[in-house]
Design a protein around this ligand. Structure first.
Ligand code: SF4
Length: 969
């Protein structure tokens, strides 16, 4: 059936068969869709071209504009001119708006008001302070308008107000056909009046869709409500797919376009259903868009290297055009190894310093990377000299050079970026205002949000067309879904314009449209447009807003359709609610019960059918799931084994000959054996499987050095100092505070370069703490009577790991470093291990602490053998070991262990090695150890089951050695 509007439009064409006809539409796409509908219903129409009021005005005025050397100002340009004027006005004495108040939102408000005034033919000289409730605001607005008029004049710009004065009556006999439009501005009306004059034909649009006499097929409409946007969209897709109509017979009109278009896009991509989007989709739906947003994030957060690497990794940026032979993974690995952390300066500085000392084969790659970052950071504004133009140009350069264009959307974004940069540069050439980086970034966010992808204003064959409430209902497709018809989405915002209040508008000019009136007129036009929909319609809304956790009411228009449908003119919301019944949920009960041929939409629907009985009750579907998904089955088995008493492979009981052989040949350090005693599973993850957390500098705004970095730095300082002052072999040791301090400063400078600090303040604070720790160390050293001899001594003989002979005559291949060996007296020594943490865990009576404190004994024995075997002292005896806490936190405490328990050490080491070779890599039962463990996400609560497992008699043999070790305190 053809709607009244299309009939009227056709009649208008028929009335002037031979004349040239111009069909005037709000947008070209709207006119094309009207024409398409007419052609589909009545066959070809001749001599009709689609135009907008702006396009015919430009066509008409083109010659005069050329002769007068004038150009038409674009909205984006006028926005920036207003912004610059407002910035200029902040410089005056006692400004109405300060610089901090000139935000993108504020400029948008003034830009809109100035546009409204210009469209209503209001000049600055027409504005009187008495017209404004707030005189200061009136004076400010008048000044902005005055300066804007001067700018237009000085730079030969024209806007619609000026174009209206340039156009003439159309000389030929062209007929202008324009459907009723109640919200035309005065400038547009004047252009239309001048050009078309008496030859304007206005076909009637028809009645609003809610009117009972309209063409809208309310009598056969279907209505439903759903528990959320996604549930509603899924139901629409189920209905679309359940019928046999081609997809390009369907239009979905989304009342809240942004929310619904995104949900539809997500679902249709999953289901591989083609859709066209009248209003496009936001930038982030294209890879290039995501790249731009990530680059903004990179800039905003002081250039964390992780952001740049993520861009290389997901292909948003590529360095292939620098050197095609280098794979992306090589660029990434090199960048990761640089430990840049964050901070613009560190990129080039670190690359330069590593380039100087790096391996020859790495040089070309490092040089290329340096050039990339030198290019990216080539010109840089000072603190308050930022501008949106600079940032947009910077982004454009990066995506042009390194961005990857994979599809049409990516190319559209690059083109849009070019246009935006050109437009900003043209305004910048007139005048520019500089601002803080944060403010400039706000403008950039606004500019980027204006870029749309995947947009096709007219529908395409083979695809569902998604339109908005402000442009829907024009396709003439026979199947229409109107989604999101709730009260909120359909209420007309009668918000006042904050700059030009309605009261002030009335006083200024009758040509100015009131804010309250504008909303009403828009709604009238919209409802009339929807009135021309015919065919099958389904109307729906989400009766529950999941994000806000509250109920939503249907729009009044939905009730009106319900009344028309039921022929019950006084039906109320509760009558409609009763008729609608239960809302449709994410998984439809109609699918579950196979009602009305409803198809399962995806695997979620299918699984719902499989996992529920005919009464919407859940079945125990474990067997079904396990049978279908092998990995879930294995996972379930693993969980069952974890919670049982048995010690299985899922608890880290690994039976492997290769592992046994490997453990038998391995060289162990004391800390590795201690780690095993603490938690065999952690040992297994790290030292057997080789899974370690990534060593990368992560940005923490509250901290410069991680505890390990801090410990390493202090160790380095102590080492350098002792090496320096003992170099001459003088006795007693000649301590020198100035040497200590200068070594400290040298090492601090080195670390500042290696690890970026989040701020100067944190750097200063932590550097001072390091200096204090060094002072503690120095003061403790002054009181020492022993002679420091060897520092960071590696346990090797002739470059090979030592074969340490235990008291039972067996050998252990050992590796590691001893922090320090001091001589106590003739042939007697002590070894020292620096600790920069807390001494709390070193209890006086815990000599081996269940194997977790082995180092003092193992390295004492090793040091003694090393001194003898290397000929340094054939009669050497290491009589004691000390854990030394030479920092403010450890208050210089020493925990001393006399070395008289080598037999127990042998038992302990042998038990640990046997346990390792037997494949026992079970978790600790001490859940406190899991708190800061890197593998906690894998283990989850595994430790909680281990105490019972360890105590179970069935496991006694398997765990004998490990339990023996744990018992030795
Ligand atoms: S989370 Fe706990 S049980 Fe797992 S490896 Fe770490 S310390 Fe061991």
């Amino acid at each position: 059936m053809v709607s009244a509007f299309i009939r009227n439009l056709h009649e208008s064409f028929q009335s002037f068969p031979l004349s040239k006809k111009v069909l005037l539409a709000p947008r070209f796409a709207d006119g094309q869709m009207w024409l398409h509908q007419v052609c589909r219903a009545y066959g070809h129409v001749l001599n009709v071209e689609v135009q907008t009021i702006e396009s015919i005005a430009l066509k008409q005025a083109a010659l005069k504009l050329f002769q007068q050397k004038k150009t038409v100002i674009r909205p984006q340009q006028s926005f920036w001119i207003i912004q610059q004027i407002m910035m200029e006005l902040t410089k005056g004495k006692d400004p109405y708006l300060s610089e901090a108040m000139i935000t993108p939102g504020m400029v948008s408000c003034f830009h809109r008001s100035i546009e409204d005034l210009r469209q209503a033919f209001v000049h600055a000289k027409d504005l009187e302070l008495s017209q404004f409730i707030d005189h200061r605001k009136g004076a400010y607005l008048r000044e902005v308008l005055l300066r804007y008029e001067k700018m237009l004049h000085a730079h030969h710009f024209v806007d619609q107000m000026l174009i209206a004065q340039l156009v003439d009556v159309e000389k030929d006999d062209t007929i202008f056909i324009m459907p009723e439009n109640s919200s035309l501005t005065q400038a547009r009306q004047m252009i239309l009046q001048t050009i078309a004059g008496e030859r304007l034909v206005k076909p009637m649009v028809g009645l609003p869709f809610t009117a009972s006499e309209s063409d809208f097929p309310a009598d056969k409409a279907q209505l439903f409500h759903a528990t959320g946007t996604l549930a509603e969209v899924r139901e629409v897709m189920r209905r679309v797919l359940s019928h046999e109509n081609p997809l390009d017979q369907v239009e979905v009109i989304a009342s809240n376009y942004e929310a619904y278009a995104s949900s539809i896009h997500t679902l249709s991509s999953e289901l591989d259903i083609s859709c066209t989007y009248g209003g496009g989709l936001p930038l982030q739906y294209a890879r290039m868009g995501r790249t731009l947003l990530k680059l903004v994030h990179w800039l905003e957060n002081d250039f964390p290297i992780a952001d740049f690497i993520a861009l290389l990794r997901d292909g948003g940026l590529s360095l292939r055009n620098i050197d095609e032979s280098i794979r992306s993974s090589e660029w990434i690995r090199t960048l990761e190894n640089l430990h840049i952390g964050w901070g613009k300066e560190r990129y080039v500085d670190l690359l330069e310093s590593i380039e100087d000392g790096g391996a020859v084969e790495e040089k070309p790659l490092l040089v290329s990377l340096r050039k990339v970052f030198q290019g990216i950071f080539a010109t840089w504004p000072s603190e308050n000299a930022w501008s949106p133009a600079f940032i947009m140009t910077w982004l454009q350069k990066i995506v042009t050079k390194y961005g990857t264009i994979q599809n049409e959307d990516d190319a559209v974004i690059v083109k849009e970026m070019d246009d935006l940069v050109a437009s900003l540069s043209s305004v910048d050439a007139i005048s520019s205002s500089l601002m803080k980086k944060e403010v400039a970034l706000q403008y950039v966010a606004q500019l980027l949000s204006g870029i749309r992808v995947n947009g096709t204003s007219t529908p395409s064959p083979g695809a569902i067309h998604i339109s908005s409430l402000s442009g829907g209902g024009l396709t003439g497709r026979p199947i229409t879904y109107m989604v999101g018809m709730d009260e909120h989405n359909w209420s007309v915002a009668s918000r006042q314009d904050p700059v030009l209040l309605d009261e002030e508008r009335q006083r200024i000019s009758a040509n100015l449209i009131l804010a309250s009136e504008r909303g009403r007129l828009v709604k009238i036009d919209q409802n009339k447009r929807l009135g021309s929909i015919n065919g099958n319609v389904t109307l729906s809304y989400s009766s529950y807003q999941i994000a806000e956790g509250k109920q939503a009411s249907p729009a009044f228009e939905l009730l009106q359709i319900f009344r028309n449908m039921q022929k019950l003119l006084d039906a109320d919301y509760s009558a409609m609610g009763n008729a609608l019944g239960m809302p449709v949920s994410y998984l439809s009960h109609k699918v579950i019960n196979f009602e009305e041929n409803f198809l399962p939409l995806d695997s979620s629907d299918l699984w719902t059918v499989a996992l529920t009985d005919g009464h919407d009750q859940m079945r125990n579907g474990r067997d079904t799931l396990n049978a279908e998904y092998l990995h879930i089955n294995k996972g379930s088995q693993a969980v069952m084994n974890r919670v049982s008493y048995a010690i299985t492979a899922h608890d880290g009981f690994i039976q492997s000959d290769t592992l046994v052989a490997e453990m038998g040949q391995r060289a162990f350090s004391a800390s590795q054996l201690e780690r095993y005693a603490e938690c065999p599973m952690r040992f297994y993850f790290g030292y057997v499987l080789g899974i370690w957390s990534k060593d990368e500098a992560a940005y923490d705004r509250t901290r410069w050095l991680e505890p390990t970095d801090r410990g390493n730095l202090l160790h380095r300082i102590f080492f350098e100092y002792l090496k320096h002052i003992t170099a001459g072999g003088s006795l007693p040791t000649n301590h020198d505070r100035s040497i200590m301090q200068s070594i400290t400063e040298e090492q601090l400078t080195d670390y500042k370069r290696l690890i970026p600090a989040p701020s100067q303040h944190i750097l200063q604070k932590e550097s001072n703490e390091i200096r204090q720790d060094v002072e503690w160390f120095y003061n403790e050293e002054l009181t020492k009577t022993t002679r420091p001899l060897y520092f960071e001594q590696e346990l090797t003989i002739d470059g090979e790991p030592m074969q340490l002979k235990l008291t039972d005559g067996t050998f252990l291949t050992i590796k590691g470093f001893i922090d320090r060996i001091d001589q106590i007296g003739p042939h007697t020594y002590r070894i020292i291990d620096y600790k920069t943490g807390s001494p709390a865990k070193y209890r006086e009576n815990a000599y081996f602490a269940g194997g977790t404190q082995l180092q003092h004994a193992l390295y004492a024995l090793a040091a003694e053998q090393w001194l003898k075997d290397t000929g340094r002292d054939r009669d050497a005896q290491v009589t004691e070991s000390a854990y030394f806490f030479p920092t403010a936190r450890g208050v210089g405490r020493e925990v001393v262990r006399l070395q008289d328990k080598y037999e127990v050490l042998t038992v302990l080491v042998r038990s640990l090695l046997t346990s390792l070779e037997q494949g026992v890599y079970i978790p600790t039962e001490d859940a406190k150890r899991c708190r800061y463990c890197d593998y906690a996400t894998v283990c989850v609560n595994h430790a909680a089951f281990m105490a019972d497992k360890k105590n179970h008699p069935d496991n006694a043999v398997r765990l004998r050695e490990l339990l023996e070790v744990e018992a030795i305190d």
